[in-house]
Design a protein around this ligand. Structure first.
Ligand code: MCN
Length: 797
């Protein structure tokens, strides 16, 4: 029986536990005698702190200590800049606790550690801070104008970075263009809104000198490295565990939050475990956001609709600090030409400091903004040239024979030239049109109008560089007693189902059932090297690393089994948890092969001895282990992608807009998606659907409402409108599988894909639905009822 599970719809291992509420998150870790930390956060967007008096808080019964910047020793300095880039001038990062100045509402000023959370929260009110409020500019366009208040006293303006990239000869292309279309679009600020807010707990063992940290992070190995460095500990003495994590979506990646360093520091200083569980309001005001960008994009085209040039200049809101450098803006700028040939590109961005929490990648990382700008511009171009919206895209797609397709001059986040590796863009578009019923839509729209209903069709296409390097690794080992495989890897899951898909990859190589492959991730003691879960990279980078390690183990197993079965190696196959001589009933269990690979264990394993009469020593005349031979069936290997793999997709929808209530009802939503070979289509669909749900939030509902004074008016789920299941339509997800030529598994990433195109699709569809009322344009998301109402008012409806 074949045990091939790559490509099978296998249910996720973690679901029963999580759905029964049996997950173990940071707050569930039993830590006897733990103290609780809470933070005093700035109520001002910009202020000078002239005095802090913590004496009353310290005297409060149950308070163990209160930290301000003066009490944290060497930690009182700017936190590390994680991704440097030459386009930034004097990049600003945040101190764990504010010194002299605060730069956004929510910035941490003091940390109280008390016997319980209630006591700690009560003591916050007893800290007396004297502020001198300063003026702020919240609007990113105005923030760059002369005379705008400059956020950072060290700097002369609010410009955080300025970067221009050019591909081809855009000036010549625009000179040659027969038609130029130009639009200005805006995408507003949003947040990941994970189910579990961030959380960190730490325990210090003074006898062994070991620090154990439980962190709801996407990057335990990076956190370990950062902690060891700032706390001046040996890396071996720091263990970071990411237990179950209730969603990250980019907000929990790498190492930069004050609590991630202060809580372990406090545990070391106080000699007792310390725990910090962020509440929802803190998550809104203190954990990273993303999205605000304003693009002014121009397309230069021929009358045939062929786009020969693109110019895009955009502003990117980076918040008060820029720990991630220009990552988000750079990804947006290099995704700006989508799946289209467009040979001449000029793209410029300015990253702007604003008095708001820092901006770091949130699912999609700049791509939803780029897709919105480009696809809205293409819709306008189609309208102006009188070409059907599907057709104009078809005319501009990069053809299948043109891959690999390089955009010279544009460097992706991996530092390499943007090179799209493979795809069937036109086929995806045709599938979307067919699935949506686009050919019949005009008639349907007419009929609906006659009934007083306003239907609109929208579509958008996107590409996504996935599987960013630099590398990940995996260790695969066959247990000598049970014959099960154990897989350790350095990244961690926040709900992506890695344990299931890594098990599928290993099961195929070793002839095991996936349930007999146990995956351990999220613990720095389990695997020493790695980076993190982000950039839709686990399948590509870890998947291939684990695949490579499993192949080595497979070779070892075949070799050992051939010896035991006295057969040629090419006559041996692995299946059903055993090594078989092909076409015979002679086999040895994999457990026995693993045991035989370990001379000492073999002596103790009666089951293995019973299963085979071959003693391992019979393999050698010399010592049981030959020179260069390692005991056991295990291997470690790494995979470093040569370049990013480019996934892509086409989304299309039919919506009904109520011109009275100005509401949007998504009647049909179609997604054609290609992430190369799918390891587990069920997981891929879950990922795509989750992304679409998040995209619908960004298209219609979710907008962080910063007031002119810098306060966030909707830091709760009553006012920040995350869509419910009732707002998510049934989505028709169809797949194409164009293997990536860049990696052995032929996979591309999928984790962010779903959210990228949604804003563009919905705006396109709403515009189409209301076109009958006049020349309405929807170039701003989220598209609220007020915006629709204003647009209708403007055309006199
Ligand atoms: N997969 C597959 N076949 C492929 C590609 C992927 O079966 N060809 C599977 C993977 O094996 C994995 C899942 O799909 O189980 C997502 O894989 P991948 O695209 O490699 O993304 P990562 O696992 O690296 O996850 C990161 C990605 C990102 S960047 C964000 S943001 C995001 C996302 O995943 N955050 C998530 N999906 C999320 N899903 C949940 N539930 N929670 C989050 O925080």
């Amino acid at each position: 029986m074949s045990t091939r599970t790559f490509g099978a719809r296998i249910e996720r291992n973690i679901d029963p536990k999580l759905l029964r509420g049996e997950g173990a998150y940071v707050d569930d870790i039993p830590l006897a005698d733990a103290l609780h930390a809470v933070f005093l956060r700035s109520p001002y967007a910009r202020a000078r702190i002239t005095a802090i008096d913590v004496s009353a808080a310290k005297r409060h019964p149950g308070v163990v200590t209160v930290y301000t910047c003066d009490g944290i020793g060497a930690l009182d300095k700017e936190m590390p800049l994680l991704i440097p880039h030459p386009s930034m001038q004097d990049p600003q990062t945040q101190r764990p606790l504010a010194r002299d100045d605060v730069y956004y509402v929510g910035q941490t000023i003091a940390m109280i550690v008390a016997i319980d959370r209630y006591t700690a929260e009560d003591a916050i009110a007893l800290i007396d801070v004297t502020y001198e409020p300063l003026s702020v500019e919240m609007d990113i366009e105005k923030a760059l104008q002369n005379g705008a208040p400059v956020l950072h006293p060290k700097l002369s303006s609010n410009l955080a970075a300025h970067f221009i990239q050019t591909s081809g000869d855009p000036d010549a292309a625009f000179a040659r263009a027969e038609h130029i279309t130009r639009i200005k679009v805006q995408v507003d600020r949003s947040t990941a809104a994970p189910m579990e807010c961030r959380a960190v707990a730490a325990r210090w063992d003074a006898i062994s000198g070991e620090l154990t940290v439980w962190d709801g992070t996407q990057a335990p190995i990076s956190v370990r490295g950062g902690l060891a460095s700032v706390l001046e500990l040996d890396e071996d003495k720091v263990r970071v565990i990411a237990p179950d994590v209730g969603g990250g979506f980019g907000q929990k990646v790498l190492f930069f939050y004050p609590d991630e360093v202060l809580v372990p520091m406090a545990a070391m200083q106080l000699g007792r475990p310390v725990k910090y569980i962020e509440d929802r309001r803190e998550n809104f005001i203190g954990s990273s956001h993303e999205r605000t960008q304003i693009h002014t994009i121009e397309l230069g085209a021929l009358k045939t609709g062929e786009i020969i040039g693109l110019r895009d200049s955009f502003l990117h809101d980076t918040g008060a600090f820029i720990p991630y450098g220009i990552a988000v803006a750079q990804v947006a700028s290099t995704s700006i030409a989508g799946p289209y040939r467009i040979p001449n590109i000029w793209v410029e961005f300015k990253a702007v400091y604003t008095p708001t929490v820092q901006v770091t990648p949130y699912r999609g990382c700049g791509r939803p903004q780029a897709c919105f700008a480009l696809e809205r511009a293409i819709d306008q171009l189609a309208e102006e040239l009188g070409i059907d919206r599907f057709e104009i895209r078809r005319r501009n797609f990069i053809g299948e024979a043109e891959f690999p397709y390089t955009r010279d001059g544009l460097l992706f986040a991996d530092g390499l030239k943007v090179t799209l590796d493979s795809g069937q863009y036109a086929k995806a578009l045709d599938m979307a049109a067919h699935e949506l019923g686009a050919a019949d839509f005009a008639a349907e729209q007419e009929r609906a109008r006659a009934d007083g209903k306003y239907l609109g069709l929208g579509l958008a296409c996107y590409v996504e560089g996935t599987g960013l390097g630099p590398y990940e690794g995996g260790h695969v080992r066959i247990h000598p007693i049970t014959g099960k495989a154990y897989v350790n890897t350095g990244l961690t899951s926040q709900g992506q189902g890695h344990d299931t898909i890594f098990a599928q990859i290993v099961a195929d190589q070793l002839g095991l059932k996936p349930e007999d492959v146990i995956v351990v991730e999220g613990d720095t003691k389990a695997f020493d090297w790695g980076v993190a879960t982000f950039a839709s990279r686990a399948a590509v980078v870890s998947g291939n690393a684990i695949h490579k390690a499993a192949r080595i183990v497979r070779q070892k197993a075949l070799q050992a089994a051939a010896n035991m079965l006295e057969a040629d190696m090419d006559q041996v196959e692995l299946r059903d948890s055993a090594a078989w001589v092909k076409g015979s009933n002679r086999f040895v269990p994999l457990a026995a092969v693993a045991t035989a690979s370990n001379p000492l264990r073999y002596a103790f394993n009666k089951a293995a001895q019973a299963a085979t009469q071959f003693a391992p020593a019979s393999r050698h005349d010399g010592p049981p282990l030959a020179e260069g031979e390692a005991p056991g069936l295990e291997a470690t290997d790494y995979y470093s992608p040569p370049a990013s793999t480019w996934a892509y997709g086409v989304h299309a929808a039919i919506v009904e807009v109520d011109p009275g209530l100005c509401t949007v009802n998504i009647k049909k939503y179609v997604c054609i998606h290609d992430c190369g070979n799918m390891i587990n289509p069920m997981i891929v669909e879950g990922q795509v659907l989750g992304g679409i749900a998040q995209g619908i939030g960004g298209a219609l509902y979710e907008r962080l409402d910063y007031q002119p004074d810098g306060n966030l008016a909707n830091a709760n789920f009553m006012d920040f409108l995350v869509p419910y299941a009732t707002e998510i339509p049934n989505v028709s997800i169809l797949h194409l599988e164009t293997p990536s030529p860049l990696n052995p598994l032929g996979v591309k990433g999928v984790g962010e894909a779903g959210c990228i195109a949604v804003g563009a699709v919905i705006a396109s569809a709403v515009e189409d639905a209301l076109r009958v009322f006049g020349p309405l344009k929807f170039h701003h998301v989220p598209l609220t009822p007020t915006m629709i109402s204003d647009a209708l008012d403007a055309v006199g409806h």
